[in-house]
Design a protein around this ligand. Structure first.
Ligand SMILES: Nc1ncnc2c1ncn2[C@@H]1O[C@H](COP(=O)(O)OP(=O)(O)O)[C@@H](O)[C@H]1O
Ligand SMILES: [Mg+2]
Length: 331
């Protein structure tokens, strides 16, 4: 197949995407596909020069992707493997452009991406479907509220420690754990640098788990043991900063329940193809779902490849299944 791999982009997760994109492109070439890599941030002039090589670039922003979509490169393309993470690559914008051009691509459509990118909307849906999620408050959506008023709401309804995070970022960017009231306002200001909407949740002590969803089934649960208190940027991407147990050592009944919640959440958020639910497991073994990643990382540290391996699916086959499900999704 002729496959275009989109990577890089302008989000805070650019570096991760470059690594994912490279591994995906290399593996697809090993699988005998014709692959063109496009970094969506570099200038158009470079794109023009290099158009017939394997490495192409387009300028930041979707208008350039829109232009490029008319290029022969895309006309002759059978499948777009979007390896972008965060920002426009994961929030539905790139997906909607591809859909409008009749392109087949990996993972969820624009609706699923837009919903799951928004942690506040995701939590509202989780609650509706009785999928347990940490108690929470939010700031600046539909209510004209000052930070002082928000702090009052938080103090009334939540217990410390709390986690303050932007409503639509990834990779633990802009997130702070707050143990005492004096630190709360600073944490909200910090989070607002990344997103005007802020989510505050009760901190759930215990274990860190994640569940990959692939082709409408949940893969084995993976446990993460980060060196830090939370699974932060460094623990996610630096060598040796986390240990992984795959499958997670959990009672069978609990595993099944976590997998069932994960699949339900995946469908409820209108996602398809593949994705990954992140959750905490409290010391009394209660799961609390944090978010769904519609376009999870695909580096050698990444969790979906680990979960697939635990299910007996090697990386090269995982990519083929993702392509197959993307081709099947009629959009
Ligand atoms: N309510 C919470 N309780 C405990 N830890 C949390 C909570 N929210 C986030 N974390 C920690 O921060 C990490 C990142 O949070 P998450 O909501 O998954 O956002 P993202 O991965 O998009 O940055 C989690 O994997 C977890 O380690
Ligand atoms: Mg997460």
């Amino acid at each position: 197949m002729n496959i275009i791999v989109l990577k890089g982009g302008i989000s805070s997760e650019r570096e991760v995407s470059l690594v994912s994109g490279k591994i995906i492109a290399d593996t697809l070439r090993e699988n005998q596909h014709q692959v063109t890599e496009i970094d969506t941030v570099l200038p158009m002039e470079q794109l023009e020069k290099k158009l017939d090589t394997t490495e192409n670039h387009l300028r930041r922003g979707n208008s350039n992707l829109l232009k490029l979509l008319h290029h022969d490169l895309f006309r002759n393309c059978d499948f777009v493997f979007n390896a972008l993470h965060g920002g426009e690559g994961e929030n539905g914008e790139v997906q909607s452009l591809l859909m409008m051009h009749g392109m087949k691509f990996n993972g969820s459509d624009s609706t699923g991406c837009a919903i799951s990118m928004d942690k506040i909307i995701s939590k509202l849906i989780f609650e509706r479907y009785n999928i347990p999620t940490p108690k929470w408050e939010h700031f600046n959506r539909g209510k004209e509220e000052t930070i002082e008023e928000m702090v009052r709401d938080i103090e009334k309804n939540l217990a410390y420690p709390v986690v303050v995070k932007p409503a639509n970022e990834g990779s633990t960017v802009g997130l702070t754990i707050v143990n005492q009231p004096e630190k709360l306002t600073d944490a909200i200001h910090f989070s607002r640098k990344f997103s005007k909407e802020v989510l505050v949740e009760e901190f759930i002590p215990g274990r860190e788990l994640t569940v990959a969803l692939l082709d409408n089934r949940a893969l084995p649960v993976v446990e993460i043991i980060p060196k830090h208190q939370i699974y932060d940027y460094e623990c996610k991407y630096a060598d040796g900063m986390s240990e992984y147990l795959s499958p997670a050592p959990l009672p069978q009944e609990l595993t099944r329940r976590i997998q069932a919640y994960s699949l339900l959440g995946f469908k409820a958020l209108k996602c398809s193809g593949y994705g990954r639910m992140d959750l905490r497991l409290s010391p009394d073994n209660k799961p609390y779902f944090l978010e769904l990643n519609a376009l999870p990382g695909m580096t050698s540290h990444s969790l979906v490849p680990k979960a697939a391996k635990a299910a007996g699916i090697p990386f090269s086959e995982l990519l083929e299944i993702i392509i197959e499900t993307g081709l099947r999704n009629g959009r």
